[in-house]
Structure formats: structure tokens, C-alpha cells
Design a binder for this molecule. Structure first.
Ligand code: IDP
Ligand code: MG
Length: 141
């Protein structure tokens, strides 16, 4: 069991001023923030982060969107963090997301869906390391 996951508050949610409301959900649901920073991805960085989707038809749209404005990247901690965060964010398509989930409440559309969440412990580790140096994550000092 790994207790860390990686999250992004995506550019649509930042633009719509939902950062504070999403942060509130993170804390109220018992996650600790181990690291957080605001940044604007380059197209290249977004392509690297979403390399796993390089053959999907939405790869270009997704990486253009993710590099279109500031986002907030976060390392989060909780018991079963990956599973718990995905439960709170809801389905990829906000139209299919359950009431009370972050994507249901804050997403613009299927591509502009407010937040990212890692899909496995292995990818959570990789994604945290993609954006944070070891010493930037609380607990590693
Ligand atoms: P996830 O974010 O729920 O893990 P993935 O299937 O890993 O969903 O897709 C990564 C991201 O790509 C999604 O969060 C969404 O922003 C975007 N995306 C997924 N499927 C589509 C699609 O069919 N059209 C446009 N964008 C999509
Ligand atoms: Mg995914």
C-alpha cells in the first residue's frame, strides 16, 4: 500500500477560480499536501507527462490544453491515496461523474476536466518525480 498520489488542478479550474474550493476538498477529505506549486507547462512538458497517451486521438488537444495556462501540481498523502483521490475526483467524463465529485462540480468538459489523479502507485511515484525534486516533498528532508 502506497500512501501518496499526484494531483493537478488543471488550467480550466485555475481560470474558473476553483483553486481554493478544490484545495478545500483536498483538506476536508483528509489528504495532507506534501508539496504544491503553481506552474505553466510547456507543450513539450505536457507531451512528456502524458506520453502514455501519445497514440490517442486526443493527445494533441490534451497537451495543448494542459500547456495553455497555469496549473497547480500537488503531491498528496493519505491512506490508499491513489484510490481515494480517484474516488473524490470522479469519472474522467464529468457528465458521468457522481454528484459531489470534483469533476462533477468543477469540470468544463471531458478534456477540460478540472483535475488529474494518478492511476496506480507506480505512476504516482513517477508523476511526483516528474514535477518535484526529492527534497521538495515533505517527509524526504
Ligand atoms: P483520467 O484523467 O481520468 O485518468 P485518462 O483516460 O488518463 O483519464 O485521460 C487523461 C486526460 O485526457 C483526461 O483527464 C482528459 O483531460 C483527457 N481525455 C481523456 N479522454 C478524452 C477524450 O476522449 N477526448 C478529449 N480528452 C480526453
Ligand atoms: Mg489517467
Amino acid at each position: 500500500m502506497n500512501n501518496k498520489t499526484f494531483a493537478i488542478i488543471k488550467p480550466d479550474a485555475i481560470k474558473n477560480n476553483y483553486t481554493g474550493l478544490i484545495f478545500d476538498r483536498i483538506l476536508k477529505n483528509g489528504f495532507s499536501v506534501l508539496s504544491a506549486k503553481l506552474l505553466k507547462m510547456t507543450k513539450k512538458q505536457a507531451m512528456g507527462f502524458y506520453f502514455i497517451h501519445r497514440n490517442k486521438p486526443f493527445y494533441d488537444e490534451l497537451t495543448t490544453f494542459m500547456s495553455s495556462g497555469p496549473c497547480m501540481v500537488l503531491a498528496l498523502e493519505k491512506e490508499n491515496a491513489v484510490e481515494n483521490w480517484r474516488k473524490i475526483i470522479g469519472s474522467t467524463n464529468p457528465e458521468e461523474a457522481k454528484d459531489g465529485t470534483i469533476r462533477k462540480d468543477f469540470a468544463n468538459s471531458l478534456s477540460e476536466n478540472a483535475v488529474h489523479g494518478s492511476d496506480s502507485d507506480e505512476n504516482a511515484e513517477k508523476e511526483i518525480a516528474f514535477f518535484f525534486s526529492n527534497s521538495e516533498v515533505i517527509g524526504n528532508q
